[in-house]
Design a protein around this ligand. Structure first.
Ligand SMILES: CC(C)(COP(=O)(O)OP(=O)(O)OC[C@H]1O[C@@H](n2cnc3c(N)ncnc32)[C@H](O)[C@@H]1OP(=O)(O)O)[C@@H](O)C(=O)NCCC(=O)NCCS
Length: 179
């Protein structure tokens, strides 16, 4: 995947790039600072706590089974993790499930949109047929973001509290091109 660099409205330099094992410490720090609300919206568990073992696997994904990206910013001369996105291939060559997470203070400024579009591009590049995500029914921001990028949203067949956002990745189709 291509690295993206841009400057936000406050003049902060941001970078979107693949997540690598060396990101463990900055990712861990960001997860520890995450609000209970964001933890729940991402992991669906109210008492979710960061787990080093799982994080080690997340920052070192098996390229055949997963893809992960990170967005970083410069803060007082050092790099900090602002957000991360990933997908897991649930049916090789066919379907992958995505998830996104942004640090609380960085939500609502378009970073999630960039991350989801980058995941769509990578899933399409890999020839996958569908990218989907499970989203809590009350997660207005994630539902709006998914629709904006071209996903259709339907009820989860087995859980009324969850919606399923799905995007067909026909080669050459580009539903995420609207702004
Ligand atoms: C959900 C999340 C990834 C969205 O990323 P973001 O960078 O905050 O979203 P964006 O700024 O790109 O917003 C995209 C669209 O969502 C909508 N949106 C954003 N915040 C919203 C809010 N609080 N309520 C309703 N809609 C909202 C807007 O339509 C926006 O598009 P616009 O700015 O062009 O109008 C981020 O808020 C987050 O990490 N939340 C906590 C964890 C989570 O919910 N993860 C998703 C699990 S799959």
């Amino acid at each position: 995947m291509a690295t993206e660099r841009w400057t936000n409205e406050e003049g902060k330099a941001l970078t979107l790039r693949p997540l690598v094992p060396a990101d463990f410490d900055i990712a861990r720090e960001a997860l520890r600072r995450l609000s209970p609300r964001s933890r729940y919206l991402r992991f669906f568990i109210r008492a979710w706590k960061p787990n080093d073992e799982r994080l080690r696997k997340t920052v070192d994904p098996d390229p055949k089974l997963a893809h992960a990206l990170i967005v970083t910013a410069e803060d007082a001369g050092r790099e900090i993790a602002v957000g991360a996105g990933q997908f897991f291939v649930v049916a090789p060559g066919d379907r992958a499930e995505f998830a996104l997470l942004l640090a609380d203070e960085w939500q609502g400024s378009g970073i999630g949109t960039r991350m989801l579009r980058a995941l769509v591009d990578e899933a399409r590049r890999r020839g996958l047929r569908e990218l989907f995500g499970e989203i809590l029914a009350g997660n207005a921001a994630m539902l709006a973001l998914a629709r904006k990028v071209g996903f259709s949203v339907t009820p989860h067949p087995g859980d009324r509290g969850i919606r399923v956002a799905s995007l067909a990745l026909a080669p050459g189709s580009d539903p995420g091109s609207e702004s």
